[in-house]
Design a binder for this molecule. Structure first.
Ligand SMILES: [Zn+2]
Length: 470
């Protein structure tokens, strides 16, 4: 089934087909973190969305090369290291480690290539040199090198491909040095920033003197190095459309004269408790904040995956509690199937009808609500049959195989139970069992209460007692 995705370039849902010689190979770039702080839940929405895109492509039989950069030199980073009197590497290293830990907690597949800006200074310099040689970049009086929007447009190129910009009102030669600026400030932007005292020790030599790269050029240099001058998919949060992605297109197409990216995908914003996230409103959450409240990465992932990627999503703590209930329904059904299947070979085909509906939903511009509906219909149906005792071991194994296929995209499936229960609790369960066998019911009840206090209940099954989350 053809995969259809919305393309920001054409503002329409289009069939996705890789351009390369191998029709199964996809190059995909997602703008990575700027490692100056812990990523917040709005950032995580984008990375979970990127993971959904990658997993959907892989589910559809594509061989994806997933590239995600790490921005480890940029205005905000320099400001923080000056404030905290630390070194660039020490400062960014800490947040980079935290980022990848969180990415794992959210069960996102790790990108295959994670290039760092500071390790690509020669590539960045070569790209800027290409732009100056083509006449679309120039060194200004402040020593910095800027991209000339006027010259670029003069070559017949379009600035403002992802969204409409008022480039006609542009005052020629007006410049913006900051990495982040808004639409009202459309102007020549910095590619190479000449060294200033506030940069401290953060600078590199270049043909234009000591300095450091601008943020936008980092992504052009690293994406083209990893994926070629033209590649299939570029993803990011919608807040990056301008200026970051517009500038990436301008720099890349200005240097190569070829189309940069064929298909752009943007994930929508996230609100928290109905409002824009802000520290002063108390609705600003990192993944760690949510974990401290007792929620897991798996629950956060589930909740982030309940909304369509192009819709603004209202993230709430109530939503997280509902996520727990929804996941418990899946876990219970899958747990029973596992018990029943107990290693039996699967009967029948794994392409169950519900799985076909699930795949069709994803192929339709990642219609995740319809995909979840297919999952929960299956859970209801399966629960009825399980309650009626009409599922054979082979059927249970086949059902599990289909669920495993779907979960290769959703990635919310519980780990095999034994691995999930902490050893300390298994020990308590064994002690309670021993107490019962010794007919020491007082002790066995005390151990049961202790387990209950830790959030676990004992379920007696034909195969002996088992622990279950209360
Ligand atoms: Zn980028």
């Amino acid at each position: 089934m053809a995969l259809k995705l919305f393309n920001t370039l054409t503002r329409s849902v289009q069939e996705f087909a890789p351009a390369g010689p191998d029709p199964k190979k996809v190059g995909m770039y997602c703008c990575g973190p700027t490692v100056y702080d812990f990523a917040h839940i709005g950032n995580w929405r984008t990375f979970v969305f990127a993971d959904l895109v990658r997993r959907t492509l892989e589910f559809s039989g594509y061989d994806v090369k997933h590239v995600m950069n790490v921005t480890d030199v940029e205005d905000k980073i320099i400001k923080r290291i000056q404030e905290q009197q630390t070194t660039l590497r020490e400062f960014t290293g800490r947040f980079e480690t935290a980022f990848f830990d969180d990415l794992q907690a959210l069960n996102c597949r790790r990108p295959h290539v994670t290039p760092h800006a500071t390790e690509h200074i020669p590539e960045i310099i070569a790209l800027i040199a290409k732009l100056t040689a083509r006449g679309v970049a120039y060194q200004a009086g402040d020593g910095s090198v800027y991209f000339s929007i006027e010259k670029y447009r003069g070559c017949g190129c379009v600035y403002g491909q992802l969204q409409k910009l008022k480039v006609d009102e542009l005052r020629v030669g007006e410049r913006v040095a900051a990495d982040e600026y808004d639409k009202e400030a459309v102007a020549d932007f910095a590619l190479w920033k000449a060294r200033v005292p506030a940069d401290g020790n953060v600078f590199w030599p270049s043909p234009w003197g000591e300095g450091r790269p601008g943020w936008h050029i980092e992504c052009s240099a690293m994406s083209m190095k990893a994926l070629g001058e033209t590649f299939d998919l570029h993803l990011g949060g919608e807040d990056l459309k301008f200026p970051h992605h517009e500038d990436e297109i301008a720099q890349s197409e200005g240097a190569t004269g070829r189309p940069f990216v064929r298909h752009w995908l943007h994930g929508a914003h996230l609100l928290v408790e109905g409002k824009k996230m802000s520290k002063s409103l108390g609705n600003f959450f990192t993944l760690r904040d949510l974990q401290a409240k007792g929620f897991t990465g798996r629950e956060v992932r589930y909740l982030l995956l309940t909304a369509h990627y192009r819709e603004t999503f209202n993230f709430t703590l109530d939503g997280l509690r509902s996520a727990q209930a929804a996941l418990a329904r899946i876990d219970e059904c899958v747990g029973k199937l596992r018990e029943l299947a107990a290693g039996a070979p699967a009967a029948g085909e794994t392409e169950a009808p519900w799985l076909a509906a699930f795949a069709a939903a994803l192929a339709d511009d990642l219609n995740i609500s319809a995909a979840w509906a297919a999952v929960f219909n299956w859970v209801s149906e399966m629960n009825k049959r399980l309650a009626a005792g009409s599922v054979t071991a082979a059927e249970a194994a086949a059902a599990l195989a289909a669920w495993t296929r779907a979960d290769s995209v959703l990635a919310v499936g519980a780990k095999v139970e034994a691995a999930e229960i902490p050893a300390e609790l298994t020990a308590l369960l064994a002690a309670r069992q021993a107490a019962r066998q010794a007919r020491d019911f007082k002790r066995s009840d005390a151990l049961r209460d202790e387990l209950k206090a830790k959030g676990w209940v004992i379920e007696d099954t034909p195969k002996g007692p088992k622990l279950k989350k209360a």
